[in-house]
Write a protein that binds this ligand. Structure first.
Ligand code: GCO
Length: 255
């Protein structure tokens, strides 16, 4: 029987992938056989990430671009076209966090989070899907949501609104692109030990809240997201579309 999880011959673009969950996704897809294209905005992080993956024997490349900038995205895809590199898999992982009560929140800060965490997913997926349709290849789009795609907590409204949007954008992409053999699904990480959450981990009260709020009683680890990403990037999920898979230790099961 064919190994349904084998990504050999596939090329995956993962946004926000020089650190944290994005780098974990890139590592997992590369170890499943994919050529991975990293994205970031800082040269030193890109070089560190590429060196790490190449040291593991991964076929890894990288582009520095702002995922919220349509022109930069289109320029990268034009360059991939010129190099005859077809993107088969997109993981829209790029995201920022900005914690402030809405009564004090500036529009600019709201907009920046929405641009990076939601609009970027539309722009990158649209560029990839246009090419998947044109070459009639099908493909995989994986949007990274969050627990906050389903539930809110105070002080993270723009992040929560964006991640809620990711859930329904995922369903919209599935509705429009399934006829082209493109499967679009989402991953909703729970509270995971990443740089973005470092301040929360260091806060004893918040750390206890996270551990008490999920039946697994602990934070998740980036590597615990890899299996779901490989599954959604592979032929094993060819009849799965528009779904969010939550990797949260059971958090949402108990709400
Ligand atoms: C926060 C955290 C969360 C987590 C994750 C939870 O401030 O509450 O940053 O947003 O990162 O998204 O699923």
């Amino acid at each position: 029987m064919q190994n349904l999880f084998n990504l050999s011959g596939k090329t995956a673009l993962i946004t926000g992938s020089t650190r944290g969950l994005g780098l974990a996704y890139a590592q997992g897809l590369a170890q499943a056989g994919a050529r991975v294209i990293l994205n970031g905005t800082r040269e030193e992080h890109m070089q560190q990430a590429l060196a790490s993956l190449k040291a593991q024997g991964c076929d890894a490349h990288g582009f520095l671009f702002n995922v919220a900038d349509e022109a930069e995205i289109e320029a990268v895809f034009a360059r991939l076209d010129a190099e005859q590199i077809a993107v088969d898999i997109v993981i829209n992982n790029a995201g920022i966090q900005f914690r402030k009560p809405m009564l004090e929140l500036a529009l600019a800060d709201w907009q920046r989070v929405l641009d990076v965490n939601l609009t970027s997913a539309f722009l990158v997926a649209r560029a990839a899907a246009r090419r998947m349709v044109a070459r009639n290849s099908g493909g995989k789009i994986i949007n990274i949501g969050s627990l906050t795609s389903e539930a809110a907590r105070a002080t993270v409204a723009p992040y929560t609104a964006a991640k809620g949007g990711i859930k329904l954008l995922t369903k919209s992409m599935a509705a429009e692109w399934a006829p082209f053999n493109i499967q679009t699904n989402g991953i909703g990480p729970g509270y995971i030990l990443t740089d973005m959450n470092a301040a929360l981990v260091d806060n004893a009260e918040f750390n206890q809240w996270v551990c008490n709020s999920n039946p697994s009683g602990r934070w998740g680890k980036p590597e615990e997201l890899i299996g779901t990403a490989v599954y959604l990037a592979s032929d094993a999920s060819n009849y799965v579309n528009g779904q969010m898979i939550y990797v949260d230790g059971g958090w949402l099961a108990t709400l």
